[in-house]
Design a protein around this ligand. Sequence first.
Ligand code: ZN
Length: 269
Amino acid sequence: MTGVARLADLFDRARRPVVFTGAGVSTESGIPDFRSPGGVWARFDPREFTYRNFVGSVEGRRRYWALSRTTYPLIRAAAPGLTHRALAALHELGRLDGCLTQNIDGLHQRAGLPDERVLELHGNATRARCLDCGVPYARDEIHAWLEAGVQVPSCPVCEGLIKPFTVLFGEAMPAGVMQEAERRARSADLFVVLGSSLVVYPAAYLPAHARHAGATLVIVNLEPTPLDARADLVIRESTGAVMDAVVADLRRRAVAPEGANRSWLPTPS
Ligand SMILES: [Zn+2]
């Protein structure tokens, strides 16, 4: 049995399948992996773009927004890719309990995965808010200010500090989000890593939590990961091709059951 067929089988049998998505899922949509060779962090020093520098100095914020002005248009222009669409299809088939993502581009939701199914571990780049009065701002609006020459956006309501809704270097993940992610990881019976090299902590602990709690662990990633040795199945292929084939396999099973009771599958619409 091929890796794809085994993975389709696992999704078919799982009661609470959870996926964990990383940069590899978004690079298929044309969003560069900042950590890859030649990526943003090969040209900029990530130590300058810390939470401390951002909230601590106008100069830190000026540098952040100058970089963000060049990276945000890539996110805004990207369209959901094969993996995003396959996961939305899995949800429609009733075969996806939740999606924990390290990505900040909002592409899972734009592909049709409902908001409540997606847990954004590192935040969302399409939103921002005032740290002082809490007023939310669309990143599009802030981008327009940057394009109009504003170097350090401040809140039009209270002149407070506007921060993107993303988790910056050195910034703690929101406690509620991390707790909820751990809860979902521990309650999963199938945990599938898609396009993450599992090197950014604490998010990378989640597959280990799931495995400890008894989930079957599957890793689909082009490169080896530190958890490969503990995974039940490792597929070293692009996530889009694999998940597209998994969905096609599950749809075939739904249409032509092979003797087994598949009554729980919704009728394809
Ligand atoms: Zn404000």
